[in-house]
Design a protein around this ligand. Sequence first.
Ligand code: ADP
Ligand code: MG
Ligand code: MG
Ligand code: MG
Length: 393
Amino acid sequence: MAILEKKTYKGLTEETAIQLVKELELFPVHAELTAREIGDGNLNYVFRIASEENSVIIKQALPYAKVVGESWPLTLKRAKIEADALVKHGEYVPAFVPKVFRTDEDLAITIMEDLSHLKIARTGLIEGEYYPNLAKHIGQYLAKTLFHTSDFALHPFEKKRLASAFSNPELCKITEDLVFTDPFFNIDTNDYEPELQSDVEEIWNHTELKIAAAKIKQSFLTEAEALLHGDLHTGSIFASEEETKVIDPEFAFYGPIGFDVGQFFAHLVFQVIVRKGEDREIIVNQIDEVWQEFYSVFSELWKSKGVDPFTKVDGYREVFLAKVFDDAIGVVGCELIRRTIGLSHVKDLDGIEDSAVRLKAKRAALSLGTNLILKKASIKTIKQFITTIEEFT
Ligand code: ADP
Ligand code: MG
Ligand code: MG
Ligand code: MG
């Protein structure tokens, strides 16, 4: 029986992945096809199916997540959220997301454009590459996806319909725990080098810091401003010198705009921490450029497409964007801390071989993160943000 007709979930193999694309007639009938699983296998399968001329990617959600050696059940619905978010964001930024060819909710798959000619931005950045368009493109991606899905652009009925279609409680809970809660408490899934014990305890014992973090978490829990990507780190971005494509929006949901902005900032900050001299300046400038581009594109859209009467009130745009910036800075702080001592790390820091250099980088991430969370009210401009980064790294 045809794979799609079964209407039940079954993990694909390289053989059934080929069978599936044949059933869907995505390749000429007699094409010789090869398939290879290329994902990291933690949450999802990613198959690349290729003929001599053509190729596609099939991403399939697994019904569990393998974390710390155990597996925990994880809803397959995230595959539909991911597919729908790629399509929805694609309406506004077709150049910055992969084309989606087919999706199937029962099989929990998205069949999409193969982006293998590009490199995952984190990998390239760690290798010292420079992506001259990355900051501008992500600034535009953020402005367009977030403005167009917000109450500034949509009828309130359509906004609520989308917010409910993108309700994503299980994946949000992962973020609520891993980003906004666990690193601030002595929880056994935290993961840090023993040399950092006293730095970590300082965080756990810092009541003022915890109250400030709790407020940032509260914003994530309650502020349904726009359809977020929800996992916008440099490992979710394919890049080359010319192109930028954002993948992997399985954490998409209606949340605070500053979350996506702040997460992307944070992963540029990891590169600032690990780079030196001119290479470092390039990334510092990209942080500035992302914000300038986001600000100007969001502002243009606000003026030309704003539907809420308050968008016509002089000064409200600046006030709203200042709120987004404040939210973003808080998120940067939480993300720097959680990627250093929480469950899920980044290769930018963990990949540093010299342990003294690595620990110094991690301590910089922790103290900068702490400072941003505590002092975000006094950091009002991108220049002040950059000055603060320079001070701690
Ligand atoms: P996960 O949710 O498991 O992190 P991702 O969507 O990030 O899955 O994909 C995991 C890896 O699979 C990526 O880092 C990339 O190497 C590969 N991959 C994913 N989507 C594509 C694509 N459209 N084209 C080429 N490779 C892809
Ligand atoms: Mg992965
Ligand atoms: Mg991913
Ligand atoms: Mg993912």
